[in-house]
Design a protein around this ligand. Sequence first.
Ligand SMILES: Nc1nc2c(ncn2[C@@H]2O[C@H](COP(=O)(O)OP(=O)(O)O)[C@@H](O)[C@H]2O)c(=O)[nH]1
Ligand SMILES: [Mg+2]
Length: 288
Amino acid sequence: MRVNIQWYPGHMARAMRELEKSLAVVDVVLEIRDARIPRSSHNADLAKLVSGKPVITILAKEDLAERAQTEAWIKALEDQGLAAVAVDFLSGRGLRGLEAMIRSVHQSHIEHLRKRGRQDQVLRGVVLGVPNVGKSTLINRLARRSAARTGAKPGVTRGRQWVRVSRFLQLLDVPGVLWPKFDDPKVGFNLAVTGAISDDVFDYVQVGAVLAEYMTKTKPQALVDRYGIDLDLEEGEELLDAIGRRRGFLLAGGRVDLEKAALLLLREFRQGLLGAVTLEDPPDIPNV
Ligand SMILES: Nc1nc2c(ncn2[C@@H]2O[C@H](COP(=O)(O)OP(=O)(O)O)[C@@H](O)[C@H]2O)c(=O)[nH]1
Ligand SMILES: [Mg+2]
């Protein structure tokens, strides 16, 4: 299946140049991935872009992912030498672990500078991730009430705005959107289903149908419990048809409004009403 993403090469190239400028002035990168799709929400070129700077990988929305899968993902990422932590920004679960990781990077940063005779105390970071993954929520969470915009700091690129998260941590106030590659149509599907791609640029009947099929194969009971549909249905549009019929989404002539059914399914999936679902298995063999 194809998801047609609006693709403006000029715009993307400009965004990438902006991002490279941002990366040049930070000491740490907070990379947020969606815990339901840790592979599809990751940009494979990130490591090249950050060249040697510490990266903390955050699996956000862990409340919407399967816990055992998330733990396996964390282990797989750690096996690749990454510092990784799962967080639910809504409840705050995992936040302390993340803060401990940031403190540890901060400590090494200060020591590194001290050896060079500098007394800087502040750690500067940027938050990267696909749209809607939780970048702004993370900044607000870390900042709690003390968030305050500070002017551009001397010594860094002019005009850049920093959010002072704590006495020791400043984050660039424009979190970077970093799109993964869309070569694999599965990546487009995963980003659409989880809400990274806005609904008006893809065919939601198509995406909803693929999601319905995926759910009947992996978690049929969730569809039965939520929509009371028959377990013997298999095909995506048939499933949407059944969901729409159960909810009374009928058009003139008694046909089911498939668009409405698809939007309902997508919305409820994203809210976690179909239970916690991880769409991507962690790798069996860490690619160290
Ligand atoms: N369930 C859940 N929702 C989250 C979590 N973090 C963020 N959200 C929600 O995801 C949506 C997008 O978050 P936002 O911070 O604006 O994403 P951004 O586009 O990356 O800045 C908001 O509705 C948040 O409330 C999380 O850990 N769990
Ligand atoms: Mg945001």
